[in-house]
Design a protein around this ligand. Structure first.
Ligand SMILES: O=C(O)CCC(=O)C(=O)O
Ligand SMILES: [Fe+2]
Length: 216
């Protein structure tokens, strides 16, 4: 009989919001560098671009996607689509290390089919919102941070009366991973700002966030 060696514990940190899961420093420097190289190769094929809101305002964040479908926004609204809006080409494949992370951390029975890539530089931020353009809003959302630390704001999903609770902030540093699951799947969240110069991972500074979702 072989003895069962338990897998090494993942450094999950408890949070105040049930369903908001956080693994600070999950990716070490080598894993961050390897993932960044794969992300950069994908971005060569699917260049970052600046989308506009349905109201016509440009995002401060630049975006691209990997996977069967990608999240896009323009005058026609928010949606997932199989091609890059500027090049018309299919999105590149989701990097393998991200698929492994999804399996190890979420235990969700199907893989993500969408990976949004957000690049924050300078004053870029993202307003409070809910992720709700996916077909199955019970599938988790898994998010990986690379580069400068971000001030991530999060609060509970609005209740049945539409009232939303207080938000608080968490710093997301390079290599941190977090997830919106269960009761926090529809949590309101956004990025207040970056702590500029807090990481030297990205050659031009700033922060890349990779968000894995089951969209379709
Ligand atoms: O950059 C982040 O950490 C959050 C991004 C986000 O919430 C989104 O793209 O929906
Ligand atoms: Fe989001």
């Amino acid at each position: 009989m072989t003895s069962q060696i338990p897998p090494p514990a993942l450094p999950e940190t408890p949070t105040a919001l049930p369903g908001f899961r956080l693994w600070p420093g999950l990716l070490d420097a080598a894993a961050q560098g390897e993932l960044l190289a794969q992300v950069q190769a994908g971005l060569d094929a699917a260049p970052l671009y600046r989308p506009t809101t349905p109201g016509g305002r440009p995002f401060s964040v630049r975006m691209s996607n990997f996977g069967a479908v990608g999240w896009v926004s323009d005058r026609a609204g928010y949606r997932y689509q199989p091609t890059h809006p500027m090049t018309g080409a299919p999105w590149p494949a989701i990097p393998a290390p991200l698929l492994s992370l999804w399996d190890a951390l979420t235990g969700w029975p199907s893989p993500p089919d969408a990976c949004l890539v957000n690049l924050y530089q300078g004053e870029a931020k993202m307003g409070l919102h809910q992720d709700k353009d996916e077909r199955d809003l019970t599938a988790p959302v898994l998010s990986v941070s690379l580069g400068d630390t971000a001030v991530f704001r999060i609060g509970p999903a609005p209740d049945e009366t539409g009232k939303s609770g207080a938000t608080s902030t968490v710093r997301l540093a390079s290599g941190d991973v977090c997830a919106l699951t269960g009761p926090a799947r529809l949590a309101r969240h956004g990025i207040d700002r970056l702590l500029a110069g807090s990481s030297r991972l990205l050659p031009d500074g700033g922060r890349i966030n990779l968000t894995l979702r089951v969209a379709g």
